[in-house]
Design a protein around this ligand. Structure first.
Ligand SMILES: Cc1cc2nc3c(=O)[nH]c(=O)nc-3n(C[C@H](O)[C@H](O)[C@H](O)COP(=O)(O)OP(=O)(O)OC[C@H]3O[C@@H](n4cnc5c(N)ncnc54)[C@H](O)[C@@H]3O)c2cc1C
Length: 383
């Protein structure tokens, strides 16, 4: 594999670097750098600036705002964005529902939703999981019954990330209760302001609000909001989940955190055990980055490669390992999460344990890591 960039690609990298470090407001990039929670407005502002310059949805078909970039350029775009602490385009929009509508939606749905999705005029939520349908997604029970030109939706979704900001939700619903589990599922786009939709917060252990339950009681959804064909959504969901897995392998962000950790380590870097631990993580991240490049390069027609499961598994393991390293570097100060900004302790030490705890989620969402191992065993290793 050729590791040095060509002159053209190096020029492209410089352009991206210049854009990301000058066009996205500093206060948003500072919030990402200091791992503070972003407001809805900060996400929207940042994605709109990217979209205005054709940099929000390069993975989409060109017709809908995508860029005909090589896999390497897409990687450079992503790397430079993360290096500059620019928030990534909202995944629900950019890597989940956008590509599904572009691939499987009617022309009418594409025109109606894709420009607004790229510009974050619509904030999408993901309504897949239910209390008894997480890993076993095909067990979902939320129903949609056709009544004239509408579906009537009843049921409950759970773990809906940032659903409190959601304008619309892409929802998996059961439209044929008689068919084999996978064969009776459809995808509906639902306006979250429709009567009968209720978003209920799930309170996290630290008191934060990141996930929600979404309840549907006799919600009427126009038939034209169906994506693709009725009862065929299992294929669309698999397509979306493959993209989601690539998206949750946060190589750039983990590299950035590791680089910050090296600075924070200071004299601890002279400890051979700390130095060896950092070197090992750097090597593993490099190996993962090269794998990510190979996977992107081999994804045909926008379809995710099965190795996306490897990226999800390894990417989240390394992300968790780096958050754990930061806790160890902080030492006892990592327990002082209640200390305020007037404390003498550096902010990163105080934030290290909440961040470590929060990222326990990474091996669960986007399909749990145990399930990724099953996919790798079956589809890649043929076991
Ligand atoms: C923070 C967070 C945010 C999320 N955001 C969203 C969202 O926005 N929208 C959405 O739709 N969903 C979301 N999810 C749901 C997520 O996709 C599910 O939690 C996940 O798929 C696991 O399902 P489950 O929680 O029902 O666990 P279960 O499927 O009940 O699994 C329980 C345990 O059994 C293991 N297990 C299950 N099946 C197998 C198997 N076949 N082989 C080996 N082990 C197995 C699992 O790995 C796990 O350890 C989110 C989850 C979290 C934690």
């Amino acid at each position: 594999m050729q590791l040095a960039l060509s002159a053209e690609d190096a020029e492209f990298r410089d352009e991206m670097r210049e854009f990301f470090t000058t066009k996205v407001p500093q206060e948003i990039r500072d919030a990402v750098r200091d791992q503070r929670e972003l407001t809805k407005d900060q996400f929207v502002t940042s994605m709109r600036i990217l979209n205005e310059h054709g940099l929000a949805v390069p993975n989409w078909p060109v017709e809908w705002g995508g860029r005909d970039w090589s896999a390497l350029r897409r990687h450079i775009w992503h790397e430079e964005m993360q290096r500059a602490f620019v928030p990534a385009p909202l995944a629900f929009n950019a890597t989940m529902i956008g590509p599904v509508i572009a691939q499987f939606g009617s022309q009418e749905l594409k025109e109606r939703f894709l420009p607004a999705t790229a510009n974050l005029d619509i904030w999408w939520s993901q309504g897949f999981s239910e209390p008894d349908a997480g890993s076993d997604l095909a067990s979902l029970r939320t129903t949609a019954v056709r009544d004239g030109d509408e579906y009537v939706v009843n049921g409950q979704k759970t773990w809906t990330t940032l659903g409190q900001y959601g304008d619309w939700i892409f929802n998996l619903v059961r439209t044929d209760p008689e068919a084999k589990k996978q064969a009776g599922i459809s995808m509906l786009l639902i306006d979250m302001t429709s009567p009968g939709v209720e978003v209920r917060p799930i309170e996290l252990i630290d008191g934060g609000h990141e996930v929600n339950e979404v309840w549907f009681s006799d919600v009427r959804v126009p038939v034209e909001n169906l994506v693709g064909e009725e009862n065929r959504a299992w294929d669309y969901a698999k397509f979306l989940l493959g993209n989601e897995r690539v998206g949750v392998a946060p190589v750039g962000a983990t590299k950035r955190l590791l680089a910050q950790a090296k600075q924070w380590a200071g004299p601890l870097l002279d400890d051979p055990l700390v130095a060896a631990r950092i070197a090992e993580l750097e090597n593993e991240l490099l190996a993962l980055e090269l794998t990510a490049l190979r996977v992107v390069a081999h994804s045909a027609d926008g379809k995710p490669h099965p190795a996306s499961s490897v990226l999800k598994l390894k990417g989240t393991e390394l992300q968790q390992a780096v958050t754990e390293l930061v806790v160890d570097l902080a030492g006892p100060a990592s327990l002082a999460s209640g200390a305020g900004d007037d404390s003498d302790l550096p902010w990163w030490t105080r934030r290290s344990t909440p961040i470590y705890l929060n990222f326990r989620k990474a091996s669960i969402y986007g399909g749990s890591n145990e399930v990724q191992r099953q996919i790798i065993a079956r589809t890649i290793l043929g076991l």
